[in-house]
Design a protein around this ligand. Structure first.
Ligand SMILES: Cc1cc2nc3c(=O)[nH]c(=O)nc-3n(C[C@H](O)[C@H](O)[C@H](O)COP(=O)(O)OP(=O)(O)OC[C@H]3O[C@@H](n4cnc5c(N)ncnc54)[C@H](O)[C@@H]3O)c2cc1C
Length: 372
């Protein structure tokens, strides 16, 4: 194989690791660059939709040995503590990203992916039908580049992507705790300008993860005071924050979470996962979309690498499939998000879940895909 037949993948989250595994198993030489080192924690609710099960099982990527927790019911509470429960049509499972990403990292190594951890990609240039990637240490040549660098990266600035210049007010916070959370349940608790998801993951741990507005964090100056004065106004969250045993010294926190529309192909780089578009976390569907888009990008990449189609045909085909699968879901996620984070709207959402279950079921279905 010539040097230029290599594939470079930027970012080793779900989208990057899974596209790398699929392409390496097809026989391609794949370099994957990840700026961190496995295992590591990420801000994520850690609820994965069951739409991923056929794909994960077929490819030997379901993390059964890690003890994922089955989830079949959704509890919704309003800012002032009204509550409703729904059964989930598809359901999902809870597994920490610390464990799942590390499991996929090992699968990637087994598949022969050349993983370079602690390596940040700082620039990508496309010239004469080939790419040069710049990392802190050196330059790397490849024929194809997949961008799987997540929701926001310095690289997006270098690529001059539209969304990166617009500031976003959302902040994400995550803990692992020990608490008595009912098996099979994902809870979504509203508070002023935010919502908090709670579900069990492996080894008797529970994930608490919330999205808030930066005005809340600015106003109180620190996370603890904000939790006490804003989140704990919801009586469910008050009890949880009083009783839960925190397993981290400090929470994982990320800023500038953007749900802006992005393009799935930029400067000939095929974007996948959050790098192509991020769905609002309350849909519990971002990881399923990352996994599904990795499958789609690997299929189009394989055809191009085998020289069955031109680069242009690959880019057009990928854009078309990506939009068909994800555009409506991203739009629906943005609409549903409006029902959260205010007293009035979250009360309406709970009433819909309580009294008009078919409508609630429809809203959940609009933000999810089908088995793949
Ligand atoms: C608060 C919150 C809660 C969420 N809860 C859920 C949930 O319960 N269920 C769900 O399905 N989804 C949830 N999501 C969404 C989900 O986390 C993402 O959709 C998913 O992680 C996307 O995977 P990815 O592989 O695209 O990106 P990521 O998992 O973000 O991976 C990107 C990787 O790229 C690396 N990287 C970035 N830049 C570079 C660079 N220049 N060079 C090298 N490496 C780089 C990063 O270190 C990272 O490892 C939530 C998101 C948030 C913010």
């Amino acid at each position: 194989m010539y040097q230029q037949d290599r594939v470079s993948i930027i970012g080793g989250g779900l989208a990057g690791l899974i596209s790398a595994i699929l392409l390496a198993r097809k026989g391609w030489t794949v370099d994957l660059f990840e700026k961190k080192h496995y295992p590591f924690h990420r801000v994520c609710g850690e609820y994965i939709s069951n739409e991923t099960l056929p794909f994960l099982n077929k490819n030997g990527l379901f993390p059964g040995e890690l003890g994922p927790q089955e989830i079949t019911r959704l509890q919704l509470t309003s800012v002032n503590g009204k509550s409703a429960e729904l059964s989930l049509d598809l359901g999902g499972f809870g597994i920490s990203r610390y464990a799942f990403d590390n499991f996929l990292y090992k699968k990637a190594l087994d598949a022969g992916v050349l993983v370079q951890c602690n390596t940040s990609v700082e620039g990508v240039q496309f010239n004469n039908n080939n790419f040069i990637l710049k990392t802190s240490g050196s330059d790397h040549r490849s024929r194809l580049v997949i961008g799987a660098h997540g929701k926001r990266s310095k690289l997006d600035l270098q690529l001059n992507r539209d969304f990166i210049r617009r500031r976003s007010p959302y902040v994400g916070v995550k803990y692992h705790v020990r608490m008595d959370h009912p098996p099979g349940l994902i809870a979504l608790h509203n508070f002023k300008d935010g919502y908090c998801g709670i579900n069990n993951v492996e080894e008797g741990k529970t994930n608490i993860c919330y999205l808030t507005h930066r005005d809340n964090t600015k106003h109180y100056g620190n996370i603890r005071d904000m939790e006490e004065h804003v989140l704990s106004k919801n009586p469910f969250l008050r009890t949880i924050f009083q009783k839960a045993e925190l397993l981290f010294d400090k929470p994982e926190v990320i800023n500038e979470i953007s749900f802006e529309t992005k393009k799935p192909v930029e400067n000939h780089v095929l974007m996948t996962g959050d790098a192509a578009g991020m769905i609002t976390p309350l849909c519990g569907n971002g990881m399923a979309m990352a996994i599904h888009s990795a499958k789609i990008v690997a299929e189009w990449s394989d055809k191009f690498l085998k020289k069955e189609i031109t680069r242009e045909a690959m880019e057009q085909g990928y854009k078309r499939d990506w939009s068909k699968e994800f555009s409506t879901r991203l739009w629906a996620g943005r609409q549903v998000q409006r029902l959260f984070g205010s007293e009035g709207a979250s009360g309406i959402a709970v009433n819909i879940a309580r009294y008009v279950k078919p409508v609630a079921g429809l809203l959940v279905r609009q933000t999810h895909g089908r088995f793949f």
